[in-house]
Design a protein around this ligand. Structure first.
Ligand SMILES: [Zn+2]
Length: 205
């Protein structure tokens, strides 16, 4: 019997990042939110496409370029069809795409976490390993994710880390989490290890 419990967490952000842009009507810099709508304009063989954002205060719109004067023959037909159909899955994916321009962009913490057991005993005496799948960017910090999802205080997370019972890599616990993050917790000798393991698998605690 394995004494390692391996779980996968898939982290789905609730809100797409919001760029801060100068709003002509508000006369100041405001956060703009995706409307989920895509606009496509075909001019001869050239195609432009934008994702439409709205000022969170006055609803003024801003067009985020997706395709710029692209020759229609260079656009994958399925992508073009999805753009023209305003496919909600595509517009969500675009709203999470990295910004090419240097802009102030606000990322949010709200996420849904889907947990599944990959292997191992769900009442481990030994080690808990968490693999995070993060398909879209989030501003959520690693330590906050762990505190919320394992129902532990941030100070407990910190003390487990200091004691060498918890490690996350690559990176830093105070940074936003990224795809492929792995977390290892040594549960041997932890008084509430069973409860932590249960929380990690998404069971009731
Ligand atoms: Zn405005």
């Amino acid at each position: 019997m394995s004494d390692v419990l391996c779980v996968q967490w898939t982290i789905i952000p609730a809100n797409a990042p919001e760029p801060w842009l100068n709003c002509n009507r508000c006369r100041r810099t405001m956060p703009f939110r995706t409307s989920g709508k895509i606009r496509v304009n075909a001019n001869g063989k050239r195609v432009d496409a934008w994702l439409i954002y709205k000022c969170t205060s006055c609803d003024s719109t801003w067009n985020r370029p997706i395709l710029e004067r692209r020759h229609v023959s260079t656009i994958e037909p399925r992508l073009l069809a999805s753009l023209q159909a305003n496919d909600p899955e595509l517009s969500r994916r675009l709203a999470f795409e990295k910004w090419r321009r240097k802009l102030k962009v606000e990322h949010f913490d709200d996420v849904t976490v889907r947990k599944s057991v990959m292997s191992g005993n769900t009442r481990p005496d030994g080690r808990l390993e968490i693999v995070c799948v993060v398909p879209q960017t989030t501003g959520l910090r690693v330590d906050r994710l762990l505190a919320t999802e394992l129902r532990l205080s941030r100070s407990r997370i910190q003390s487990m880390q200091n004691a060498g019972h918890l490690a996350a890599w690559p990176g830093d616990m105070s940074r936003p989490l990224r795809d492929g993050l792995r977390v290892r917790l040594e549960l041997g000798g932890v008084h509430d290890g069973d409860r932590i393991a249960l929380a990690a698998t998404g069971g009731e605690t």
